[in-house]
Design a protein around this ligand. Sequence first.
Ligand code: AMP
Length: 377
Amino acid sequence: MHVLVLGAGQLARMMSLAGAPLNIEISAYDVDSGNIVHPLTQSVIGNGLHNAIERADVITAEFEHIAHDILAICQQSGKFLPSADAIKAGGDRRLEKALLDKAGVRNANYYVITSRQDFDDAIEHVGLPMVLKSALGGYDGKGQWRLKQRDQIEAIWHEMEQCIAATDTQAIVAEEFVTFDREVSLVGARGKDGSVAVYPLAENVHTNGVLTLSTAIADTELQQQAKQMFTAVANSLEYVGVLALEFFDVDGTLLVNEIAPRVHNSGHWTQQGAETCQFENHLRAVCGLPLGSTKLIRSTAMINILGEDTLPPQVLAIGGCHIHWYGKEKRAGRKMGHINVCGDYNGELQRKLCQLAQILDKHAFPAVHEFAANFSE
Ligand code: AMP
């Protein structure tokens, strides 16, 4: 089986690693250069979307910000899963909100802005404080504004106006500011036969809008809510593959923040912590194979490595610590790799996170240090 992934980053790389034992071969299409590359070595093995499609049995994607003409060509081939519509919904906050509403899934109150009049209406409709997010192209907290007081309106409008004018299709989605207790996410898979298998929820810590620490948690009540919302969204898209839902937990009630129609950073812990990892399950789903068990096999957390290309070797001396590098060139803030940390039970995992805080740099790994500081209190 040959799977073509749109996008040649770390997610395609990890799909390649997970596909090998199943004899599923991955090639990656770099949408910027038009090259077909080997997802592990990045060596160029071909060129052109049509060539890439011809060689593939199945086409999938590792990110959602993909030009619509590329999606249309892939969809037309009849090989593309989850579907162009699912990818578009993940890449456009207007479509995402409409999808959540259609699926009957709770999300923050919102209003779409393309003009100054809309902005005034949004302030009326949504109220302050609010979060303003560009409909297209924003991720990891980029392309966002926080409007807290009325005296910020003009300055924020000035910036938003430029953002809207930059392309024909851009808009801003104004969202009520949600005062949440924590952020959690659910990663799961839906098969071609409509079967659904979800992983345990992950509790996520973001630093400056970027995920820094993700820990698998057991919470029966929240898990039930999340699974019901996941199934509603996945069924509504007739989704095939791995899908992630990010939530705000507000006093035990979940609100969807956003969806990711792909394998997700908050599911990387499944490589060591679940019976079948998210990358294998995505490939199983899109290749029409039975889904693997999503069962938690040990307490696991994932730490993102941002902007660093080396780690103290002592990390590997801690039992249950696994480093995954992405083979990328070092750049400030860039996702360079992650560490999965496992313990036989929660207490052991927590102890290992505290041990890591003693080894890892405070500025590069703030979430681990924050965890250790709270733990010792
Ligand atoms: P996003 O790019 O939508 O995931 O937003 C990045 C981060 O901003 C989220 O992980 C939240 O911490 C925060 N955030 C996003 N939307 C809201 C909201 N409506 N209310 C409060 N915080 C938000």
